[in-house]
Design a protein around this ligand. Structure first.
Ligand code: CTP
Ligand code: MG
Length: 554
């Protein structure tokens, strides 16, 4: 069987080579990202400054943009105006000024509707009252489009992947790049995420001026999608202790830090629920390992998770950001795998016994380490300089090289995206999840320290398993789908010279592979145990498939 399987691979490889000239030409246009690498701290700092210069204004329609523009211009020079619409015909305009002082004077001059039940809040979220006495607000965007910096064509609504034209491209690699382009978090999405963080930061400023609120997770780690949730954390704004100062603020003595964190979560939940505009459906999840407040920010149309302190997760976001920018193939591969998992219901928005996007991202990164496209974390740790040393308040060592462009290694692997996608599915379809734990720190597998169906060593807190939540049934389902995906791509490339990415998102096609399904069911019934990948590769249907392919080869 091995021999026939390799023949099949050889044939596919030949076909790949035949069409490579086309794919490579497209991909070589993509710059090597690491040369234009922007440091994470710089990226965060610039986006925070941008959010301090911005306000979000609800308007009655798109036509109010010009009116709003002329109204706001009296407070200062406007740099950018973005309009977007959410479901329910709510129109919003994100206005960015050149200078923060303009926002301050605009907010000073803004008013609130008097209501004895509500304590008025000053926040960057406002609405624009129509001006009954004035007629010139009828000017439309079209009339005025060259007169103000209006940014169009950015959506807050995730496109349907069936409508983005994947079927118009025959190269799988190009389809993966198109998927990334159409679904990745765009500029307005990033701006609004930072503004959401700034709303909380401003609200807390009076009593906690030493705190800042930062987005983390997929909003900033370069793997975020339009519509991804926002993860937020309240952090100490002083990154290091000022050892020269002899005057130190008195603080509260805390006997049990977990209880204190849970109390903080309760209070923050109340603050969001009672006072902050746009925050709705507030839930306090105090019992989780990392207690959070969950809420919806209705002006942005996304769900938010706010944690009180989770410095390690912020460092984790930076680590992922570095990997995401290391090579141009990393992000399209992660996006395709995440979309595949979402479309075939391997992942689910609600947390549970299934694999998460974070675990999937780490699996893709691990595979890319095997391909020597990205380095292992040990290499980044060894190359760290003095300024890269970070120890969190909880004592977790998060030291690693921040400026990955300083890593002078040449990536010799020139595999195309389609080869890597197939490689990913094949690698994990035959992976021994039973005995192996995945360590991105060493870039290789280690023995499982304890039983868990899937064990991915947490790269920063190495005693934790990132995928502890996943049940063995879900790992089995994952393996079957991995094998199915490899089969789908492999056989399609074998029969035709093209592949439609949408075919991958159909998941397990019972009719097409009824023989395999029958065999799996038969094996489950007769052995009363779960089917392993070895079973799947050794089954009769595989032999039949190989025989068919061999005939074609001859
Ligand atoms: N995180 C972690 N350890 C975990 C789970 C999460 O360190 N076991 C951190 C990671 O930095 C992760 C972030 O928390 O990126 C947010 O977690 P989550 O929202 O689950 O994942 P995202 O990467 O944001 O992906 P998604 O787009 O699905 O929200
Ligand atoms: Mg998230």
């Amino acid at each position: 069987m091995n021999k026939t399987y390799s023949l099949r691979r050889l044939c596919n490889l030949h076909k790949h080579l035949l069409k490579q000239h086309r794919v490579i030409r497209y991909e070589s246009n993509t710059s090597n990202d690491i040369n234009s690498f922007v440091l994470y701290d710089k990226f965060i700092c610039e986006r925070r400054s941008q959010s301090k210069c911005s306000v979000l204004v609800q308007v009655s329609s798109e036509n109010s943009c010009s009116d709003l523009y002329s109204y706001c211009s009296k407070y200062g020079l406007i740099k950018n105006i973005f309009h977007y619409k959410l479901a329910g015909s709510n129109h919003f305009v994100l206005t960015e000024f050149e200078d923060q002082s303009s926002v301050n004077s605009l907010l000073d001059q803004s008013t609130h509707i008097k209501d004895s039940n509500v304590i008025a809040v000053r926040s960057p979220f406002l609405w624009f009252r129509s001006n009954a006495s004035k007629n010139n607000s009828k000017l439309s965007i079209v009339d005025n489009k060259f007169n103000f910096p209006f940014q169009a064509n950015q959506t807050m609504i995730e496109p349907n992947i069936k409508d983005i034209g994947l079927d118009k491209l025959d190269s799988l690699s190009n389809q993966m790049l198109l998927l990334l382009k159409c679904t990745q978090l765009n500029d307005i999405g990033t701006r609004l995420r930072f503004l959401t963080a700034m709303q909380i930061e401003n609200a807390l400023k009076g009593i906690f001026p030493l705190s800042k609120v930062l987005p983390f997770g997929s909003s900033v780690n370069s793997f975020g999608k339009i519509g991804s949730d926002i993860d937020l954390v309240i952090m100490d704004s002083q990154t290091t202790e000022n050892e020269t100062s002899r005057l130190i603020y008195h603080g509260k003595c805390v006997s049990n830090s977990r209880t204190q964190t849970q109390r903080n979560i309760e209070i923050l939940g109340d603050l969001l629920q009672l006072f902050l505009p746009g925050c709705s459906r507030v839930k306090r999840i105090s019992q989780a390992r990392v207690p959070i407040v969950k809420y919806s920010q209705d002006f942005i149309g996304v769900e938010c998770d706010l944690a009180v302190s989770n410095e390690t997760a912020v460092n984790m976001s930076e680590l992922l950001y570095i990997f995401g920018n290391f090579d141009y193939r990393v992000r399209p591969l992660v996006f395709t795998v995440k979309m595949w998992a979402k479309e075939i219901n391997l992942t689910n928005d609600t947390p549970g016994r299934w694999i998460t996007n974070f675990s999937l991202t780490l699996l893709v990164l691990f595979y890319l380490q095997q391909e020597k496209i990205i380095p292992d974390i040990q290499t980044l740790v060894k190359q760290a300089r003095n300024k890269d040393v970070r120890i969190t308040n909880e004592g977790i060592n998060c030291t690693f090289l921040r400026d990955a462009s300083k890593l002078h290694n040449v990536v010799e692997n020139k595999k195309t995206l389609d080869q890597l996608l197939l490689g990913f599915f094949e690698f994990f379809a035959s992976f021994d999840f039973n005995t192996n734990a995945i360590s991105l720190n060493f870039g290789k597998t280690i023995n499982k320290p304890e039983y868990s169906a899937l064990y991915i060593v947490n790269p920063l807190e190495v005693h934790f398993n990132v995928s502890k939540n996943i049940s063995s049934e879900e790992v089995e389902r994952f393996r079957i789908e991995l094998r199915n995906a490899a089969w789908t791509i492999d056989s399609s490339l074998m029969n035709t010279n093209s592949f439609n990415l949408l075919d991958l998102f159909k998941g397990y096609d019972v009719n097409k592979k009824s023989q395999i399904v029958f065999d799996i069911q038969h094996q489950i019934k007769s052995s009363n145990r779960l089917v392993t990948v070895k079973d799947l590769f050794d089954d009769d249907s595989q032999t039949q498939e190989d025989t068919r392919l061999n005939k074609q080869l001859k």
